[in-house]
Design a protein around this ligand. Structure first.
Ligand code: UD1
Length: 343
């Protein structure tokens, strides 16, 4: 019998890639999504890739009654991967209550039904934003957390605390928080990828949209940072590598290989890449000379951060396999596929 895994946000960017990897590893993912930031047609594209169409139910996890009914109907769910959340840093500053309500309430509802219906295992999407600007690089999981610079970042910190406290109070609940660094790229089939609403806030969708001619030029936010070329440094990892980490985490929990009831892992490549290096990578893989200009720093940006992924490498048996150029090429292929209306 295939193990049934609830993937919240399974039609979104990270969730759809995770769903593909779960199917390919012999699990039966079942998706709950409110389609706030994604489209139902994604499940058809997942079917094109894997041959399996995952079951999708469209409702909001903040609706506790609907969630209860859903869990009663699917009473054989083994574990939950909770990816659904609002994630735009800038938007969160203008809409803090929406962010706190959505990101906290959906998690609380999920944990309550997990307790009530005896679902023991949770994998949670967290972010390297919880570290702020770390004193030591590369950053390890035991680095002190710093005050969040946005309501979005704060929701990730609070969610981690809620999960940790729940695992302390209820020994039947086990959880893993995955602290993502910067996921980029798309599935190599170019059938699923990132679909930002409106003007993208994140670097790589802005790069590919500028390359395609949808945006006039890329603005590089600052070249006066204390880094070799003056632009900010991040740890960009391929979304397929990131998706695979969720499968490792789920297996660890289901097989009882976790060391404590609450664990945290950094998911990154271990390599820092500057904004200007990311632009060069895009130019290499696309053959396009990108139009960009240097502008002032973006408020709230961290100068440099990259992961020490050793703990995830050792304990989860996971590591990134794709290079920056490989990931960038899939982002470009996806942009072209999507814009050429080939989907
Ligand atoms: C941000 C959040 C992170 C969140 C992620 C997903 C912070 C500090 N980080 O990551 O928690 O999980 O978004 O939404 O809040 N850049 C440009 N021009 C652009 C866009 C970006 O130069 O048009 C630069 C930024 O200054 C940064 C780098 O590119 O140095 C990456 O930016 P971005 O893709 O937005 O990711 P983060 O800010 O690292």
């Amino acid at each position: 019998m295939k193990k049934k895994i609830l993937v919240t946000g399974g039609t979104g960017y990270i969730g759809s890639h995770t769903t593909v990897e779960l199917i390919e590893e012999g699990f039966e993912p079942i998706i709950v999504d409110n389609l706030y930031n994604s489209e139902a047609v994604v499940v058809d594209r997942i079917q094109k890739i894997t041959g399996v169409k995952p079951h999708l139910e469209v409702f909001d996890l903040c609706d506790r009654e609907k969630l209860d009914r859903f869990i009663q109907k699917h009473n054989d769910i083994s574990a939950v991967i909770h990816v659904a959340a609002y994630k735009a840093v800038g938007e969160s500053v203008n809409k803090p209550l929406e962010y706190y309500r959505n990101n906290l309430l959906s998690l609380i509802n999920l944990l309550e039904v997990m307790k009530r219906y005896g679902i023991p295992d949770l994998v949670f999407s967290s972010s390297c934003t919880v570290y702020g600007q770390p004193e030591k690089l590369p950053v390890t999981e035991d680095a002190p957390l710093q005050s969040a610079t946005s309501p979005y970042g704060n929701t990730k910190q609070i969610c981690e605390s809620i999960i940790r406290d729940t695992t302390v109070s209820d020994k039947n609940i086990k959880a893993i928080s995955l602290r993502y660094f910067n996921p980029i790229g798309a599935h190599p089939s170019a059938l699923i990828g990132e679909l930002p609403r409106g003007v993208p806030e994140n670097l790589v969708p802005f790069l590919t949209q500028t390359g395609y001619g949808i945006r006039e030029e890329l603005k590089v936010f600052g070249n006066d940072y204390n880094t070799p070329d003056g632009s900010c440094i991040r740890d960009y990892l391929h979304v397929v590598d990131l998706a695979k980490a969720h499968v490792f985490a789920i297996k660890r929990l289901i097989e009882g290989k976790n060391k404590t009831n609450y664990e945290v892992f950094n998911l990154g490549t271990g390599k820092g890449v500057s904004v200007l290096e990311a632009i060069k990578s895009f130019e290499r893989v696309s053959g396009i000379k990108l139009k960009y200009k240097i502008v002032g720093r973006r408020a709230g940006d961290i100068e440099k951060i990259w992961a020490n992924p050793s703990y995830a490498n050792k304990e989860l048996g996971w590591k990134t396999l794709s290079s920056l150029d490989e990931a960038m090429k899939t982002a470009w292929d996806w942009e072209k596929m999507f814009r050429n209306n080939k989907l």
